[in-house]
Design a protein around this ligand. Structure first.
Ligand SMILES: [Zn+2]
Length: 586
């Protein structure tokens, strides 16, 4: 064994000729023709070194090395400094995605050696510890590669270009978290799409294509049709090809059905309908047969182009015998039963891993998509993190070699940033210790009193687990909504306790930045207090620090326009009062 240590401590070797002063000369080098993401990473790293107040740094070379795994990197020392090597290739092949290993290596370097954490978007969310001297302990090279090739967290504001104060910082946060949907939104495509291809005129020309129910049109668009009707598959495939040719940059085309599942049950379709494990009709085999037929035509006519198809709603369970799918088709399993903390229901917990495994056997390119730790929530309710669910689902998806996953976060960053953060981190590293990472997030964000906030999140987890265990396993849209029932069951009873935890944390905040981050949580409790009070679910108690009268609340909402605190979508911050049952657009 060598007797010398590999620990590089740049404080001790200051003054050596290759030591560069961060302010004097650039210490980060890359090739002139480096990828755009590498150039961005170099600027980011320089900015972070400056933000940390590093007075000295080793030279850092960013180099492309396509022999590394897809999106993989290696951080190692060389004689004159540090090398961050990454696979930055644009590989060919139906399932190949652009690789950005150097950028991810730089993110790793910043987190590990500079101690940077991107808690939420914007300057307040970036935690950069001050350190004059960069200490780099590199006993051996650090290598990294992601758990999934395609990594998406949605509903963060990444598509809301019109919300200018949020849009770009959200995209930057997503890059820091190594998500791929900020860089490449079109590499996956699974959305409801049947109405993109067939028109009412097609059905008028072929009345025999109507589904058995006869309902084939909504708002001038084709919703459902008989997938086994002669000639239909050929025209559908022709339209998919035309769409591909019109959109050469759209790397994947969806062939997923319209939402709602009004499928044909005619004499030809009926033999393709099975019963799901809960005794309901399952159209999965009918859908896979349709995907197979379209996939085969596309493989012949447009080789190399990939197709995406949902397995969802009344086709979310895998059939006992499935048609063999061509290689160009990826299934996106969107288990509607498990939306909105459904995986806390014992019946679904018991089946989850088995269903995941079966889908992965049917498609070698499984894409997992779930609204598992999400609820429609417009009034500042902090959503449970549900460590129980997080520990189950992405680890199982990774174990079954899923090609990618799209998890759903929320734009109410003030209270739900930990969920967004944990999902993003798990997409890179499915083996992440989510409990320890939550603790670290809370401590970084709120300072010494963070344990009070951990208790708050644990209480939310426990309340939601009890609520879901008591709820029928039968699917209802209202199952994933923070409506009056959930407000009564979870948030109204817990409000006073949440306020206590908040006050205890605030009393222990050590810095102004910690107080500001905690205030973002408080903004949501202000919104929640107002909504609960208006609905008569809590007393009109002016002693609460979150109490606002109507005029003060209106002013408060105006102040929130440019922050990341509250839930916001294209319709703004205010979505009206707490609703009963299922949400309806006003
Ligand atoms: Zn039919």
């Amino acid at each position: 064994m060598p007797m010398f240590t590999h620990v590089l401590c740049f404080a001790l070797i200051l003054g050596m000729p290759w030591m560069l002063h961060a302010q004097a000369e650039p210490v980060i080098h890359h090739e002139a023709d480096a990828s755009e993401t590498t150039k961005w990473a170099a600027k980011e790293l320089q900015r972070l070194l400056d933000a940390a107040g590093c007075e000295s740094s080793p030279a850092i070379r960013l180099v492309a090395d396509d022999s590394l795994p897809h999106d993989g990197f290696e951080i190692r020392r060389e004689k004159n400094g540090i090398i961050i090597a990454g696979n930055d290739s644009m590989p060919e092949g139906t399932w190949a995605l652009p690789s950005h290993g150097t950028l991810w290596g730089v993110c790793e370097f910043a987190e590990r050696f500079l101690g940077v954490r991107w808690l939420f978007p914007g300057p307040l969310g970036e935690d950069v510890p001050r350190q004059k001297t960069l200490r780099i302990e590199l006993k051996e090279p650090i290598r990294g590669q992601p758990g999934f090739a395609a990594r998406s967290v949605a509903y963060l504001g990444e598509s809301d270009r019109e919300i200018a104060s949020r849009f770009l910082p959200v995209l930057d946060w997503m890059k820091h978290q190594r998500l791929t949907n900020a860089l490449h939104p079109f590499v996956t495509g699974y959305g409801h799409s049947w109405d993109d291809y067939l028109k009412p005129a097609d059905i008028a020309a072929h009345p025999e294509w109507k589904p058995s129910s006869g309902h084939f049109e909504r708002n001038g668009k084709v919703t459902f049709f008989c997938t086994t009707a002669p000639g239909l598959v050929e025209l559908f495939a022709k339209r998919v090809i035309e769409s591909m040719d019109r959109n050469p940059k759209r790397e994947m085309s969806s062939i997923s059905p319209t939402d709602g599942g009004g499928f044909c049950t005619c004499e030809r379709c009926k033999p393709l309908i099975d019963t799901d494990p809960h005794g309901k009709p399952s159209h999965a085999r009918a859908m896979l047969t349709f995907y197979q037929q379209i996939g085969e035509i596309i493989a012949r006519e447009r080789p190399g182009r990939r197709l995406g198809g949902f397995v969802y709603y009344n086709y979310q369970y895998p059939p006992a015998s499935a048609p063999k799918l061509p290689d160009n088709v990826s299934l996106c399993w969107a288990p509607l039963n498990y939306y909105g903390y459904g995986l806390l229901k014992p019946l679904y917990r018991a089946e989850f891993e088995c269903v995941m495994r079966r889908w992965s056997e049917i498609t070698p390119h499984l894409f997992y998509h779930n609204y598992s730790t999400w609820m429609r929530s417009f009034h500042g309710a902090p959503l449970p993190v549900s460590l129980d669910i997080l520990k189950r689902e992405l680890p199982a998806a990774a174990q079954n070699k899923a090609w990618g996953a799209r998890m759903v976060g929320t734009s109410a960053w003030g209270v739900n940033a930990p969920i967004n953060y944990l999902l993003a981190k798990q997409l890179w590293n499915p083996q992440l210790d989510v409990s320890a990472t939550l603790n670290e997030w809370l401590e970084r964000a709120y300072g010494p009193g963070w344990r009070h906030m951990r208790t708050l999140y644990d209480e939310l987890d426990a309340k939601m687990a009890a609520h879901k265990k008591a709820q029928s396993p039968i699917y209802k849209g209202a199952n994933y909504e923070v409506n009056e029932e959930v407000m009564k069951s979870i948030y109204a009873p817990l409000f006073a306790t949440m306020e206590q935890h908040y006050r205890a944390t605030l009393a222990e905040c050590a810095t102004e930045v910690q107080r500001q981050r905690l205030a973002m949580f408080g903004h949501n409790l202000t919104q929640l207090h107002f909504a609960l009070r208006k609905a008569g679910l809590i007393p009109d108690d002016a002693k609460s620090i979150f109490h606002r009268d109507d005029a003060a609340f209106a002013e408060f909402l105006k102040d929130m326009e440019t922050t990341f605190s509250l839930y916001r979508d294209a319709r703004g911050l205010d979505h009206g009062p707490i609703w009963k049952g299922e949400w309806r657009e006003p």
